[in-house]
Design a protein around this ligand. Sequence first.
Ligand code: ATP
Ligand code: ZN
Ligand code: ZN
Length: 826
Amino acid sequence: MTAVARVIVDVPSRETDRTFDYLIPDRLSGWVEIGTRVAVPFGGRTLQGIVTGLGADAEVELARMKPLEDVLDAITPLSSELVQLGVWMSKRWLCPLTIALQAMLPAALKGRAEKYVFPAEGAEWSDEETAQSGGLLHALRKGQPLKLSGLLQHYPEHGDLLRRWLLDGRLEERQKVEDRLSVKTVQTVFPSDAETLKRAVAELPARAHKQREVLAYLADQPEPIGVQRLAEAVSTTPSTIRSLAERGWIDIRAVTEDRDPYADRDFPVSLPMQLTPAQAAALLPINDALEQRSNEVFLLHGVTGSGKTEVYLQAIQRCMESGREAIVLVPEIALTPQMVERFKSRFGARVAVLHSRLSQGERYDEWRKIREGRAQVAVGARSAIFAPFSKIGLIVIDEEHETSYKQEESPKYHARDVAVERARLHGAVVVLGSATPSLETYQAAVDGGRPKYIAMPERVADRPLPGVRIVDMREELKLGNRAMFSRELAEALRDRLDRNEQTVLLLNRRGYATFVMCRSCGYTAACPHCEISLTYHRGSHNLRCHYCGYAEAEPKVCPSCESPHIRFFGTGTQKVEEALAEAFPGIRVIRMDVDTTTEKGSHEKWLTQFRERRADVLLGTQMVAKGLDFPYVTLVGVLAADAALRLPDFRASERTFQLLTQVAGRAGRHELPGEVIIQTYDPEHVSIDSVRGHDYKGFVTKELHVRRQLGYPPYGRLIAITLSHESVPMLLSVGEQFAMRIREKAAALGISSDFTEPGRAALEVLGPVSSPIARLKDRYRFQCMVKYRGDVDASFLASQVLQEMGDAVKRGGLQVSVDVDPQMML
Ligand SMILES: Nc1ncnc2c1ncn2[C@@H]1O[C@H](COP(=O)(O)OP(=O)(O)OP(=O)(O)O)[C@@H](O)[C@H]1O
Ligand SMILES: [Zn+2]
Ligand SMILES: [Zn+2]
């Protein structure tokens, strides 16, 4: 019987989206399991791949089968459960399996970097083991890092031993990332016993003061200590310390250290709080499900400030006590120090944190902590859903309505759906938390009973929700106020300055371009490659396209009519900042937007400043709306509340309501009561009017009614297929064929295209029409939208048509992108 590995090669195309069989050579037997990354010969090249299956017989004759070339990691990075999840994802979102699998790996593991093997710090082997290893251990102990591939080649008969020791931790594997070993090592002093130290002091020459001090320090504090740290502690140089090692009085060894991005911060220990009755009632069914290990999904619908986080924390505690692991997803933007601190303070080093602001190396270290079982809780943004745990008991998704849980590039997965599937594979509990649940989740809870609905309708400690006033800016204009701030908002702001309280100002900028326009002829500067207005950047005085990166200098005269009256238009945060400085001299403003938060750590820096009350106003875009919990914020102002309502997206109302409710929720969360002022040109709009009474149910009822009539989610589902090409006629003809074939297939299956009859399965294809962004990077874009309802496998139909038309698409040089359950309609 010959062992065979089924491998998915890392070439993301439809033709290679299947497994290929390879022989497992003896040298590698015992190293290959499901999830192992391997190097394989493929079409004359060596490619990277992932083993997704093992078998004894092969689909092609053994004689024609090639052997695997190499194993790329000693510790298999993916489990068979994650591979299974990947298979599910590739079907769910119509993407090649390799793309789904690669999305689960930390970036540091993606290249074909060589792996090195080292003995672990303090590892010991018996004489018997040393003898058994036939020179292998001897080679390793010389201290030189040895390549894993080399070891496997030189010691083929000792592969089992190597693997066993890697698994029991006596050997470690490391990888070069960014030209350095991906594991950080620290030169560490190991003091000898007190006796030796005493003798050393006696032997030292009289003038060796510093060396004496070092020895005294170590005699006092016999714990291992970093050379650098020790040098600082006794204010000497590392070379002084090294000279002691040379004389054999102390030992200096390299010790691996995790790059813990939070290492220099002390987290005060936090104990579980006494729950309010509402929290206790919410926790009860969650704990029950954990206890019974039943695969439940809950929607925890708690208003802003109702204390959802404490419920998560105590559920996680329960989960950990039963020996299982927990994943907590929070939106990238909410991964503030404040949020991280809540978890670190409660669970300490058992928490791994994963987010994009960490360096590749830092992320890899956190990932290893999870993979090697040193962490029990992973807190992170979207991709943390793939945390390589093996016995998950609980998955929490905070702010479950957030759009950032949907990845916009392939694999276009939604972390919420992945969470539900992953929890099913583990028999785990899912908690979806939000003050403003997505309509999909809410409707499923109310109509279908899964998720189970849990409500926390009040804030903790009887704190009231803030009062909300809506200001009609048209009225302001009628009364002659042309300023950016209404009289009410200006007055409230002044009031806060007098009382030394703080204000959060949200500029809803989505759909509100900071563009340049000529006031004489109406010319607006647009990207020559995309159908998009260019955005003005004050710092560099240039105009930039946010889609393709095109940039040009700010025009002095209108390129169209040569008028000098061309100027920067629209309301950017910079403009608001200027207006604030003008209206309130001396006001201290922190501006948070894409321009001020690109630098690593800047986000945190601003929030810390604001928390320490070194500013009066926190002004920003969406990123100031979520997760913040500052006791002195008593006023929230919203400028241009309706800015995003006109976007060509059926979720525009829902998003506006969620954003306004979330930002309103930042006010009055502690002792001081809060107030919210929303400026708008459209005060009657249901998205704005409902915020006044914190009326989620009122909003949702109206909005669901509209969705039901139009057959939009949650009452129907969508698949967006976008085609792009330089030539419009080409696009139109392929697009038409596309739409037609799907319609034909549906008709052949007897699926109606009539959505008016409630409850009946239906499918229709809208388009092809020009996409809302009609041209990008010199390519025109057309869209077909498949809308369907009921028992229809539209993904399957779409993928069939894609396959059938694959050749035509390829020959014509078209690009096709498929988005199943799209969240962004642009
Ligand atoms: N049982 C409790 N007793 C006293 N204070 C509590 C309790 N639970 C939570 N709090 C406090 O109430 C405040 C709000 O809690 P938390 O931030 O968890 O709310 P939330 O529901 O997550 O709100 P949001 O959705 O707005 O983020 C916090 O300052 C928290 O420390
Ligand atoms: Zn002009
Ligand atoms: Zn462009």
